[in-house]
Ligand binder design. Structure first.
Ligand code: GLC
Length: 739
């Protein structure tokens, strides 16, 4: 179809009307112009298409769909081929339900363990996040359905997500917060992308020309359409000029009228509007053609088995003194409500209505183990210990040979729309763990949850195995791992600090009033802990197996890093080998090492495999802000092959004839001592004044209630006092300014 001719045939009113949603989930249909509607649905965990009337909150149940493991869980597989398989199944289910765009994957960087949507994001590392996202996108788009990576960009907290401003230096933004999206767009060839709610350096992401035009379309060659997050539109004309194609959900006629008025007032030209319409219609027609012809049903069992394999490969064996795997004859007590009512997905827009009835861990083990007793142990809706439940659990544990203690983050603690205030497990679970471990020395912790939490003392238990949020097949997968039917091969997508205060963003997260100040710069996750040498409970990339692997024979030839892995144990297993690059003598400040490649290989007991990981154009680069360009420094680089960021197995140093750099920065960014970055030092990498995080007193429609504190009108301040003096304890701390 010749889109330019099609667009010539449209009136300006029709063009403007096309650039906004028509219902909660669809774009505009212009029947007389043969322009069909495009149906968009969440999400990264599985299809969430509402059966009846659409409502953004998801009050109407969605159609049954395969509930896959969440993205955080899938990232623990480190298996991009499996990510493609998940995407393929998800795309098929979308097409079967006449959905043209899947609103996912989500790949924002896990700056803090507290972000409420970490379960829905892949990693603290942009390379792992980007590779997994590109895999999902390739799979989804194989069926002609469009994927929509999100939320572009620097959206790493939920607090005030619609009004906060991410204040971040260009180098950190490029290297940490955009590189995942760069990989997703360039390698995944995403046909759409969702802009984030928040501002980035003072301009809403959806109106940010630097993000949407300079970088996304200009540098990365993105030729799809940009859609707002639902309700994120601020100034539609600015959005269209910056590169946004579609405001969702249906914002009502004022939005289009406003754009038309601005067109008539000469604030935006028709060529720009035509370009946005063309970018949108290209995807409308591409997706319609394929989706219309797609099979209108999907193989529930086949997709469930994909979900099972994903869940099995994502399970991380954190600690094990040999008590696992259990054998069929073991006598075991099972304690913890999660054993009968699984935690298998997160809350919010990603929530899926599973295609099959959930099977619990208890039921999955029932006829495969001698279960000597069960106790709920805690009430997941009550953060405080229930003595009766604990006493019952202690009684069950006292008389048991071994205990599977099923604990982790409950539904109240992690959800879209809010961030956690701490990393602790609920008080009820903490007391349960202490009392059960006091009476039984053979405890295995079976963990659930989409983000790190403070672990019990290692001496209390014999093994810890983590399923994260494993989707509808998660419990079945966990049972297979506990019984050794599968050998766990998952590795952590994120660092697990001993305590929240150790996290590099702790002093600055979530935000000082309006501003989220990224003062820690590129020291996110292991880039901080590993560089500073700060101990963590579990390092990035950690995960053990029921067997052992030996690494040998490293060679580096050009971009190819080759080595041999030998399974030295008695059971078959899969190993995730990680390749890090460490610049030894460059001028630019850097993290001690950065992930630049990985491979997952299945090796039979006693056998060896040669592995080759090819380094790509991102392996040695850093962003030179003075030149506003990516550069490779002339320096020596250590190529490291490791089983986790802290478990280095092989290394070799190479020299790269790059560009001599005279880069300089405040000392704290060379030493990674970023727990207390001064205004002076932060300003130095920002390259401008630090915007005032407090509200300037001019309250606008984008401000949050808590800013009424600054209202000029007495009535506004009175309203603030009434709202904050209410008995309900506010989810968030009151603005620091008030403490
Ligand atoms: C939500 C989420 C986004 C989702 C969209 C549609 O607010 O931020 O991830 O795709 O709205 O449900």
């Amino acid at each position: 179809m010749n889109l330019k001719e099609k667009i010539k045939d449209l009136t300006i009113e029709q063009k403007v009307a096309l650039l906004q949603g028509w219902t909660t989930w669809t774009s505009l249909e212009l029947k007389d112009k043969e322009i069909p509607p495009m149906f968009m649905s969440d999400g990264p965990v599985g299809l969430r298409k509402q059966a009846g009337a659409g409502d953004h909150l998801g009050l109407n149940e969605s159609v049954p769909a395969t509930c896959f493991p969440t993205s955080a869980t899938m990232a623990n597989t480190w298996n991009v081929e499996l990510g493609v398989e998940l995407g393929r199944a998800l795309g098929k289910e979308a097409a079967a339900n006449d959905v043209h765009v899947v609103l996912g994957p989500g790949l924002n960087i896990k700056r803090s363990p507290l972000c409420g949507r970490n379960f829905e994001y892949f990693s603290e590392d942009p390379y792992l996040a980007g590779k997994m996202a590109a895999a999902y996108i390739k799979g989804i788009q194989e069926n002609g359905v469009a994927a929509c990576p999100k939320h572009f960009a620097v959206n790493s907290q939920e607090l005030r997500r619609m009004s906060m401003d991410s204040v971040v230096d260009e180098r950190t933004m490029r290297e940490i917060y955009l590189t995942g999206f760069e990989i997703a767009v360039k390698e995944g060839r995403a046909k759409s992308i969702m802009s984030a709610y928040n501002m980035v350096n003072g301009t809403y992401a959806n109106e940010n020309t630097h993000l949407l035009s300079d970088i996304l379309r200009g540098e990365w060659g993105f030729d799809g359409y940009v859609v707002t997050d639902w309700g994120a539109d601020n100034n539609h004309t600015d959005g269209v000029k910056a590169g946004c194609n579609l405001v969702m959900p249906a914002p009502g006629p004022d939005c289009a009228i406003g754009l038309l008025d601005d067109f008539k007032a000469g604030k935006i030209d028709e060529a720009t509007i035509d370009k946005r319409v063309e970018e949108l219609l290209r995807v409308v027609y591409d997706t319609k053609e394929v989706v219309d012809k797609a099979e209108k049903s999907f193989d529930v069992e086949a997709h469930h088995s994909v979900a099972l394999r994903c869940a099995e490969e994502s399970i991380v064996l954190l600690d094990n003194d040999g008590i696992l795997p259990l054998t069929d004859g073991d006598s075991v007590a099972i304690i913890g409500d999660f054993a009968k009512v699984p935690r298998y997905q997160g809350a919010g827009s990603s929530q899926v209505n599973p295609s099959k009835p959930l099977v619990s861990l208890y039921d999955s083990l029932a006829n495969r183990l001698n279960i000597s007793g069960y106790s709920k142990g805690f009430d997941r809706k009550n953060p405080h210990p229930v003595d009766k439940l604990i006493a019952e659990a202690v009684d069950v544990a006292k008389n048991a040979e071994k205990v599977l203690l099923c604990v982790g983050l409950d539904e109240i603690l992690e959800s879209e729309g809010m961030d956690r205030l701490h990393m602790e497990l609920s008080k009820s679970q903490q007391k349960l763990i202490a009392e059960v471990c006091a009476v039984n020395k053979n405890v295995v912790l079976v963990l659930s949850g989409g983000a790190p939490f403070v672990m019990p003392d290692r001496s209390l238990y014999r093994a810890a195995i983590h399923g994260y949020l494993g989707g509808q097949a998660g419990a079945e997968a966990m049972a297979n791992a506990i019984l050794g039917k599968i050998n766990p091969s998952g590795k952590l997508n994120e660092s697990w600090p001993h305590k929240l205060e150790d996290n590099p963003s702790y002093p600055y997260f979530p935000s000082k009033e309006r501003n989220a100040e990224y003062r820690e710069g590129l020291y996110v996750g292991y880039r901080y802990y590993d560089t500073l040498g700060k101990p963590v409970r579990y390092p990035f990339g950690h995960g053990i197996s029921y067997t052992d692997f030996d690494y040998s024979d490293l060679t580096v030839e050009g971009n190819d890093v080759s080595f041999t892995i030998t399974n030295t144990g008695k059971v078959d297993g899969a190993e995730v080998a990680q390749v890090y690059v460490s610049c030894k003598n460059g001028n630019a400040y850097r993290a001690k090492k950065e992930l630049k490649g990985f491979a997952k290989v299945f090796i039979k007991a006693g056998e060896s495999k040669k592995v080759t990981v090819s380094l790509d154009d991102k392996a040695f680069r850093y962003y030179n802000v003075e030149k506003d360009a990516w550069e490779i420094e002339d320096a020596d680089y250590e190529i490291i092959v490791a089983a986790s960021v802290s478990d280095v197995r092989l290394n070799e140093t190479v020299h790269i004839d790059g560009i001599k750099s005279n880069a300089k920065a405040p000392a704290c960014y060379y030493s990674a001592d970023i727990a207390n970055v001064s205004d002076e030092d932060f300003k130095s990498i920002l390259g401008r004044e630090i915007p005032d995080g407090r509200w300037g007193g001019e309250l606008t429609e984008n401000d949050a209630f808590c800013q009424l504190y600054y209202a000029k009108s007495g009535l506004g301040r009175l309203l603030y006092k009434i709202l904050t003096s209410m008995k309900i304890k506010p989810r968030q701390k009151v603005p620091p300014i008030l403490t």
